[in-house]
Ligand binder design. Sequence first.
Ligand SMILES: *[C@@H]1O[C@H](CO)[C@@H](O)[C@H](O)[C@H]1NC(C)=O
Ligand SMILES: *[C@@H]1O[C@H](CO)[C@@H](O)[C@H](O)[C@H]1NC(C)=O
Ligand SMILES: *[C@@H]1O[C@H](CO)[C@@H](O)[C@H](O)[C@H]1NC(C)=O
Ligand SMILES: *[C@@H]1O[C@H](CO)[C@@H](O)[C@H](O)[C@H]1NC(C)=O
Ligand SMILES: *[C@@H]1O[C@H](CO)[C@@H](O)[C@H](O)[C@H]1NC(C)=O
Length: 509
Amino acid sequence: MGISSSGTMAASCVTTILLLGIRAVVALQHEEEFFFGDFPPDFMWGIATGSYQIEGAWNEDGKGPSIWDTFSHEGKNYNNDTGDVACDSYHKWEEDVANLKRLGVKHYRFSISWPRVLPDGTTAQVNQKGIEYYNNLINAVRGAGIKPMVVLYHWDLPQALQDAGGWLNESIVDRFNDYARFCFKTFGDRVPFWVTFIEPWSIIWLGYGNGIFAPGIQSPAEDPYIAGHNMILSHVQAFHTYKNEFYGKFKGKVGITADLQWKFPKTQAPRDQEAAERAAQFKLGWFLNPIYGSGDYPDVMKERVANKSKAQGYTKSRLPPFTADQIRMNKGSGDFVGINHYSSQLISDHPLPLFPPSYESDQDLLISLDPKWKGLVPGDWLKSVPVGIRKLLNWVKSQYNNPLVYITENGVDDPTGELDDQFRVGYIRNYTNEVLKAIRLDSCNVKGYTVWTLMDDFEWSSGYRIKFGLHYVNFSDPSRPRTPKASSKFYASLIRNNGYDSTTTTVVG
Ligand SMILES: *[C@@H]1O[C@H](CO)[C@@H](O)[C@H](O)[C@H]1NC(C)=O
Ligand SMILES: *[C@@H]1O[C@H](CO)[C@@H](O)[C@H](O)[C@H]1NC(C)=O
Ligand SMILES: *[C@@H]1O[C@H](CO)[C@@H](O)[C@H](O)[C@H]1NC(C)=O
Ligand SMILES: *[C@@H]1O[C@H](CO)[C@@H](O)[C@H](O)[C@H]1NC(C)=O
Ligand SMILES: *[C@@H]1O[C@H](CO)[C@@H](O)[C@H](O)[C@H]1NC(C)=O
């Protein structure tokens, strides 16, 4: 397959110019058309899962409880659903690997359950059975010719650490570093990609701000900023531990994955454009600017939270400051940017009351959706807006000097788990085509793409109500059989073709 001739020449067609926080938007090349061409030859196609969402065996073989075991057992999820059994991948991992092989993926992104290997979160006690499980999985994945992309933290914090304050206790930085070092040492000889955290925003805001995720704390004024601060410092320390103690032997890459729904200004008015930029900085910039940008929080966050805090009677900003030393350590502490992206939003500028103080009201904006955007789950946030991923990739490129990017999640849910999932096929086709445009037309340094998710699973507070899988799982059947959906065949052929050739691709779907 030939690369479109316009491919490499278009780098100078800058799509987004940042000017005083206002985006002057220039139309993207080929914005409306399907783009034929192939991905770079070494492009990494992958698929992702999360430990608590698939493993089950919540109390088997010496595993300690996690905050999601606790939260689920308190009946906090849709239908009182829990991850007690989930897809039973603790026992069915060989079948999972066979499905990965059939898809032909180049990498498998999965997570280690911290309390499965370190039951109380500390290295005082190591669970050999848990180590054996991940050794078997990693070896089988590699045996299938697939690279493991291993996530250290996909939300299942050991309950024992939550009992000591969780991400609000700054000693978590050392606990996480001990855990990370333990994993690097135990598995690192076979792992080329490490992701420290998946979606810090979700962990922090949903866990400590509005409380809809474990640990269910509702404390929107200060705790999200404190927990986020400790999480960034945890990433940074673990990154340096890898660089100093393991990189020489293992040569792996370490990054963090942040998530953003692309923020379109609701109108072209400058104040809405500024609000959209602010929204991106408060969500993605919060975590990426310290690590891949200046080493510190985005200016707009620092100024606004400081101003609001003062007006609210706080003696200092609710956003903790980094020291000069920390800023130096933060800066550049990632080998790649992991991006999770699913959908888009419309943002309008909207002054919010000073009280009650909150991370949300600090932003002074309103979020809405365009009724024209299509999705399958009524009332759901996830609409198909393919161009959003290209805009986001261009934003990351311009913000952080065109870093190496792996898209670590992208996918769409439906309420049924239907096998002939043509909407998902169209979604993946359209989104990957926008990724292709970002690479070929905009010269974004994107080296991989990862579908969420291998199979229908436990989707956090939505339980089993929504289905994202390329395989259907029958959760009424104790043996949890997996059945490939149409999307799995489509994805396998996309990987085989490594892109879109005008002679073999059907465009409309
Ligand atoms: C969830 O569990 C609670 C407490 O055990 C019970 O009252 C409620 O009916 C359950 N809800 C569902 C949907 O099963
Ligand atoms: C913070 O964690 C340490 C142990 O790592 C513990 O000794 C201390 O009591 C914790 N602080 C709080 C407030 O829970
Ligand atoms: C913060 O307050 C100062 C002084 O009142 C003002 O000059 C500045 O514009 C404010 N910044 C923001 C981002 O609101
Ligand atoms: C994908 O793009 C095609 C062509 O624009 C469109 O007809 C289809 O609705 C889109 N599907 C999704 C899920 O975005
Ligand atoms: C799911 O499994 C149950 C129990 O084995 C079975 O009765 C049902 O027909 C299965 N559903 C589907 C869609 O395969």
